[in-house]
Structure formats: structure tokens, C-alpha cells
Design a protein around this ligand. Structure first.
Ligand code: ZN
Length: 82
């Protein structure tokens, strides 16, 4: 990821950075506190499980598979993104 100088305009004061300091993220989907482990948790502001569920949901929306192909334990979570 490259930072460009035009990005320096980034500073609305307040909140946004709170989720990022120390790499601790509160998942905006399930509320779980997690860390950025290099799977873009910080970018998505979601835990890894929710990110994967969202990716699965995207695959369903793209017609790659259906909700029936998702393991039952993950189905509810995936459905929240549909
Ligand atoms: Zn989550």
C-alpha cells in the first residue's frame, strides 16, 4: 500500500482513528473486539470471521454459489450481508 501526499487531507477530528490505534478493532458487524492480523481487519473494521462471511456473501451475490453451500454454522452470519 502506497501513501500519497494527497492523502494528507485525511483529518476529520475524532472517532475514526479510535478503532485503529494499537491494531484493536471493534467489528462493526458482530461487535467482537479483534486485532488487525494482516487480513484487512482494519480496512473493513470487521473481524476476520465477518470479513470471510462477507466475501462468501459476495460470492453468492455473484452467483458463484448459494447459501445452501455455506456450512450451517456460518449461514446466519453470511446472511447478514445478503
Ligand atoms: Zn465480526
Amino acid at each position: 500500500m502506497t501513501k500519497t501526499k494527497s492523502n494528507s487531507h485525511f483529518g476529520k477530528s475524532g472517532g475514526v482513528f479510535g478503532n485503529r490505534t494499537g491494531g484493536v478493532i471493534t467489528c462493526t458487524n458482530c461487535g467482537k473486539r479483534t486485532r488487525d492480523t494482516g487480513h484487512n481487519e482494519g480496512t473493513f473494521e470487521m473481524c476476520r470471521r465477518c470479513i470471510e462471511a462477507q466475501e462468501t456473501a459476495n460470492g453468492i451475490l455473484d452467483g458463484q454459489y448459494t447459501l445452501d453451500d455455506v456450512p450451517e454454522k456460518d449461514r446466519d452470519l453470511v446472511a447478514t450481508f445478503l
